[in-house]
Design a protein around this ligand. Sequence first.
Ligand SMILES: [Mg+2]
Length: 220
Amino acid sequence: MGLNEVNLSNIKGVLLDIDDTLYCYSYCHQIALTECFGFLVGKYKELDLVTCQKIYQSGRKKCHITLPGRAASHSRLLYFQYMVEQLLEHTDVNLILHLEALYWDTFLSKMELDKNIQVFIDKCFQKKIPICLLTDLTANIQFRKVNQLKIADKIKYIVTSEEAGIEKPHPFMFLKALNKLQIKPREALMIGDNQAKDLKGAALLNIQHIEYKAKVIDTI
Ligand SMILES: [Mg+2]
């Protein structure tokens, strides 16, 4: 069943994932990362793109190992901190902040709301079915994404994993969203791209769920 054939007659609230559901994540991420690596290679002549990739991935891995299931495990600020510390053997706060800003500013500038999702959000808005975004990352950047996608006025609530202290598929995330919307699990519909997080989490609470992935945009 397609996203826009969904019967919303018994639905009193929609839980909606952000990354890779509302827009294509990998497209924005690849361009943003390339921009950051390009900046570093330009600044440090002994550095090359392969090394950048290697130390970025090592920083990312370190975050995932030390902060499993926490919003900060995806923090680009922390990834860049580890990366810069490995590169310079000290914490250069200005360089780290610059890389984080460059990454997210580039990322946000490339985001485009998926057309089917746009129709779906408008349909919910017209039918007065409230939407709660349910997303694993820190609140600040997820709020900025909502603004960038120009859907802030169509969304009733947001639950981030930073706010919840735990990530999907943990039921606490979903219960927090249901609580904000003041609805029961059987009155909700979850839409997301990730089987292990969005759909599994919804299934654990007997929430109706639909898999939807935003249209893929190729970087090449
Ligand atoms: Mg997702």
